[in-house]
Structure formats: C-alpha cells, structure tokens
Design a protein around this ligand. Structure first.
Ligand code: 28F
Length: 644
C-alpha cells in the first residue's frame, strides 16, 4: 500500500509537469498564441466530438460563444468514460483532460484516429491553456462533473445526479495570460464548422455567438449529401457543365476515399483535399492519384470515342482540370505530413489506391453518361487550344521584352536594391497617388507601380488574355516570377507586394480584382505571405500647437476625440480632414502614414481560408449583381457613393 501511494504521487507530479510544458511552450502544441491558436482550442474540443460521430455514436454538436468569450461545446455521444482507473485512481475522463496525449485522440471502433487538428493534441492541451475548464458528462444513468484551473484539477469527477441521456459538454475560458487575444472570430469558426459538416455526411453542427445579447448570431450545418453538397456549395454561383457532381465513395477500402467533382465553364482549377478531415493545402499523394486518374481516364475515353484522333496526341492534365471544382477526402491510418506547412500528404501507397479507384468509377460513369463526357471533353479540347495560343502569346511577350532595352514596365519606378527580401513594390491605384508615392517613398527599397482604370476581370479570362492585358502585364513583369503553372516564387523581385488603394468602393473593387488575380495566377505569393494591403488613414486632425493626428478607423477617430477632450481640446477647435483618396495626401503625409515601415500598418493577406476566398471571388466576379452589392456594402465601411 505504501508503494502504491508513492507511485500514485509520482505519476501525479509527472502529469503536472506534462501540462506545465504546454503552458511554457504553447506554440509547440497549438501553433501560436495568436487568434489562430485561440481558435485551435475550439477545434481540438470539436474534433473529439467528430471522432465520436465517426465512431457512430454522435449526431449533434453544438458550439456556443458565451459572453466573456467562454466557449461551450456539447455533443450527444456516449460521454467520456467515467470509470476509475484502478492504478491511478483517476477517472478515465480526468485522465483525458490532465495527461498529455492521453485519450481524446482515441481509437474508436475503427481502430484508428480519423479526425484531428493541426497537431492532434487534444483536450489536455486545451485544459492546460485555459483559465478554467468545466467538463460535464452524462453517462451510465448519471450526471458527472469535474473542474480545472490552468490544467490543475480543482474538482474531481463528481456524480451530481441522475440522467437518462448521454453526451459530453465542455466549457472553458482561454487563459488571457497566454493568448494575445480572447476575441473569437465568428466567421472563421463558422467556416471551419461548415467544412467539418460537409466532410461528415449527416452530422449536425451549430455555432452560436451570444457575446453581444443585442446581436445573437447562429448558424447550423448538416449536409446529407456530404461532399456532393460541398461541391454544390463551392459552385453555387458558377455556370455548371453538368447538373450534379460526379461522386465516388469507397469506405471499405484500405484507405477510405470520398470524392466529388463537377465541371464549370470557368477557367480555373479548384481542388480541395483533406486527410482525416484536415485540409491538406499543399496536396500530396492523394491529389496526385486523383489528377493522374483524371488525365488517364479522360484521354482513354476521348481516344476510344473518337473525340481525339490517334494522331492528335494526348490532352494535358491542366487541360482536363480546367474549370473543375473537386473535393477529395481520404482517411489514412498513419498519415505522414510533409511540406513547408506540414499540410502535404506523403504516404506513397495512397496515390495508387486513389488512382485505381477513380479510374474504375470514372470510366464507368463516362460510359453511362455520354452527354456529360462530351460536354467535359469539348471544354478540355478548347482548353488545350487556348494553352497553345497562350504559349504563343507568351513567347511574343518574351521576344518583345528581350528586344527592348529595359524589360521592366515603363510606369514602374523601381527601387535601387536588388535584394528581393528587403524590396517592396507598392501597386497604387491612380496616377496622382502614384506620383505622391514616388516622391514620398524610400527609393532604396521601395518601388512604385501605378495602375489606373478598370481592370480585366480575371475570373472570365484565360492565360493568353492575361499576358496580353496592358493592366496586368506590368504587374506580372514587375513581380518577375511568371504566372500560373510557370509561377516560380524564387524569382520574385520583391519580398512584399503591397496593394495601396483608396478606402472607398472603387478602392475595394481594385483590391478585389488584384487579389483575384493573385489568387488565381500567383497563388504561392499569397500562400507564402508576400501580399499585403496598405492601410491609409481616413482622417487627419490638426490644430496649431499639437502634432497632426491620423486616424485609420472611425473608432480611432472617436478615441482621438475623447483623448483630446481630456486635455481640454474640443472638437470645434480642430480642423478635420477626411481623406477621400490617396491622391489628397502630399508625399510626406503618404510616407508618414502609409509607407514608413516604422509607422505604417500593413495587413498581410493570408490564404487561411482559400475556400472562402474562392467563394467570395466567384461571387464578386460572377454574373449576379445582388450578392456583390451586399458584399461591398458590408465590407467597404467607408462607402462614399454606391454606384456599382
Ligand atoms: C464536448 C467535447 O470530448 N466527446 C467525447 C467521447 C467518448 C468516448 C471517449 C470521448 C476511452 C478511454 C480514452 C465513450 N465510450 N466532447 C467530447 N466523447 N472519449 S470525448 O473515450 C475516450 C477514451 O480513454 C468513449 C466508449 N468509448 C469511447
């Protein structure tokens, strides 16, 4: 008995050390302590619910952001086991919450863990990084509860009463001594849960934001169609070549595979891939298998049905993927993640498994649906012709630039440094703003590229048009790394590509167009974090005897008023300038407020949510005017005149 007590104590100490490690190096477990890491806490808990759903026992997950940024997650699964471990004398539930890497990531009936966050670390990490955590379990006829503070148990699992239901509910308050912010972003969480619901057919997930009682928001997701619904959602505003997505589902394979795809008349390729519900942004062997099968199956069909003649040569993969929207989801027992952001599947056996599954299903589908096959292949053939035309246009551009003494666009005021890492290019809307920027900049490392007028809508243009376009060509040449499949991030001439546009609707428009262009044709530039938005001020307050005050938002303006009032300066003593455009600022003002690295604010454009970005771009660029107007109304806060 002595010995037993001793062992118990020792294990307890180890447990505490374990969670201390998480608090010391939170980044190792959740990536960062920014808002991104904060959201990660929620995903960890919800992942446990999804595991329970995948095991076949949970159909409902509810997430609530309560006032004070408390998160409450509940599921209707079996409830975390409450039985006491004979050796540790701790309940299974408490073990899950206090032992690093224990439980949470349980096997379920399928024998392997199939969902999981970025690092797959689980409930104990959330507990360690929360000021307090409260877990309520309904199971075995009872209602149980336990409580923790900063990972330490303050109330062991206690039976509070009876219950005839089952399930688990977790409430936690993230620790504000660890996280930079506790402010959850409803839209980010909402997107992730929508995605999770698409990926798990029939699973109900709701998210409710009760932080502001005057403005309670709620979204509910449940898709009986699974990935088919996902593709329909992604293609919502697009022109489809066939009415329903092609669907392949094989769960009884060594690697369960689920794929849905549908062709549209657009020119871009949008394939989203997931491994164990994790978005594999960098692709990998599952994507490789899918692409290979598309190329092989469509070429074979085209040849055998005389759409392509023997002498024609094969269609290229990129021709076959033009206009495709696809979601590929596989479940892999021991996934190996590679790549810069560890979001590339490495398991080599997956390629062949996916490829042969898709070969079989797709060739059968095409035989049964010759009209669909014909519509898709007509598009592939015209893509292949356009590719040839694009190649010629490109060569023309190259030849032309090679002949000219300067290869750089005439409007570009380049910087003197050739070290891309320290160089920045400001893409500026309008000639007058361009002029101020040229005079105000630090020419050693800041280049200015003025653009003006409306831009080509890249959603509706193919690569040959893009190269030949007089607005976009300077951007391509200035960035210096090509576009599309040829884009080579190692060749970029500037480490920062900064879009500087007015804070009005026209500015929002030009920003969206440029972002669409980067998203479609230089995606690695966004993924690599090289694209930024400059933040020009909206107001200048001045008064003799005090330094000028610049305000970048209406809130800042109100704060500035309040500050000044405290100092005995009233509003009517101030001269207030409202900047309608960058052009109204003189070079010094532009430098001070928007370009000086010491004082400016830049917003980095991330591909955090490529899916959402794509949906937004398509919606903005599509033919429907209403959603576009709505978006612009919601997003351009400083609308001057709304004539879209
Ligand atoms: C709101 C958060 O965490 N739900 C969970 C379960 C169900 C089981 C389980 C969880 C068993 C021994 C580890 C039940 N019955 N929601 C959740 N639901 N964990 S977490 O088991 C954990 C393992 O140690 C569960 C039978 N098997 C598993």
């Amino acid at each position: 008995m002595e010995k037993f007590e001793h062992e118990y104590g020792a294990e307890q100490i180890q447990v505490l050390e374990g969670l201390e490690a998480v608090r010391k190096r939170p980044g190792m477990y959740i990536g960062s302590v920014s808002v991104r890491g904060l959201h990660h806490l929620v995903y960890e808990i919800v992942d446990n619910c999804v595991d329970e759903a995948l095991a076949g026992y949970c159909t409902h997950i509810e997430v609530v952001i309560e006032p004070g940024n408390i998160i409450a997650v509940s599921d209707n699964g079996r409830g975390i086991p409450v039985d006491i471990h004979p050796k540790t004398k701790i309940s299974a539930a408490e073990t899950v919450y206090t032992v690093l890497h224990a439980g949470g990531k349980f096997g379920g009936d399928s024998g392997y863990k199939v969902s999981g966050g970025l690092h797959g670390v689980g409930a104990s990490v959330v507990n360690a990084l929360s000021e307090w955590t409260e877990v309520t379990i309904q199971r075995d006829g009872g209602l149980y509860q336990m409580k923790f503070e900063r990972g330490k148990t303050v109330q062991n699992l206690t039976r509070l009463g009876d219950s005839d239901k089952t399930g688990t509910k977790v409430r936690f308050l993230a620790d504000d001594t660890i996280f930079e912010t506790l402010e959850y972003d409803f839209n980010t969480l909402e997107s992730r849960f929508r995605e999770m619901a698409f990926l798990t057919k029939g699973l109900y997930i709701s998210i409710e934001d009760k932080r502001d009682e005057e403005n309670i928001k709620k979204s509910e997701f449940c898709y009986e169609g699974g990935l088919v619904s996902f593709v329909e959602y992604l293609n919502n505003n697009k022109d489809k070549l066939h009415p329903t997505p092609i669907y392949i589902d094989k769960q009884d394979s060594e690697v369960p595979v689920e794929i849905a795809f549908q062709y549209t008349s657009a020119y871009s390729e949008n394939i989203y891939t997931f491994v164990n519900n994790i978005n594999t942004i960098e692709g990998g062997t599952h994507l490789e298998g899918f692409k290979r099968s598309l190329t092989k199956t469509f070429n074979e069909y085209a040849k055998s049905h005389n759409i392509l003649k023997e002498k024609d040569g094969n269609l290229q993969g990129e021709d076959i993927r033009e206009g495709i929207t696809a979601v590929v989801s596989v479940k892999v027992k021991e996934p190996q993640f590679e790549g810069q952001t560890k979001t590339k599947l490495g398991n080599s056996n997956v390629t062949g498994i996916v490829q042969s599954l898709v070969n079989e299903a797709l060739s059968a589908f095409l035989e049964e649906n010759p009209n669909v096959a014909k519509a898709i292949l007509e598009k592939c053939v015209s893509a292949s012709r356009a590719r040839e035309a694009a190649r010629k246009a490109r060569e023309l551009v190259r030849r032309k630039t090679a002949l000219e003494s300067t290869t750089l666009p005439g409007k570009l005021a380049d910087c003197s440094s050739k070290n891309a890492e320290e160089c920045e290019v400001y893409i500026v809307e309008g000639d007058s703003a361009g002029g101020s920027a040229k005079q105000g900049r630090d020419r050693r490392y800041q280049a200015i590229l003025p653009l003006w007028g409306k831009m080509l809508n890249v959603e509706k243009a193919r690569a040959d048009k893009i190269y030949g376009n007089d607005k976009l060509n300077p951007v391509i040449v200035a960035v210096g790394a090509g576009i599309g499949a040829e884009f080579d991030i190692t060749k970029i001439r500037y480490g920062k590509v900064i879009i500087m546009a007015d804070a009005d609707v026209d500015g929002a428009h030009i920003r969206t167009l440029l972002l669409t262009f980067f998203f479609r044709y230089m995606r690695p530039l966004i993924e690599n974090g090289n694209v930024y938005l400059a933040q020009p001020p909206l107001y200048k307050l001045s008064k003799r005897g005090i330094d000028d005050i610049y305000c970048y938002t209406d809130e800042e303006l109100n704060e500035a008023y309040a500050e000044l009032e405290k100092k005995g300066i009233s509003i009517d003593q101030l001269s207030i300038q409202r900047y309608k455009g960058l052009g109204e600022m003189n070079p010094e003002q532009l430098w001070e407020t928007t370009m000086d690295p010491e004082r400016r604010t830049l917003v980095r454009v991330t591909l955090d949510d490529a899916i959402k970005a794509d949906a937004t771009f398509s919606m903005l660029m599509g033919d429907e005017v209403e959603p576009r107007r709505k978006f612009i109304e919601e997003n351009a806060k400083y609308v001057v005149n709304l004539d879209i």
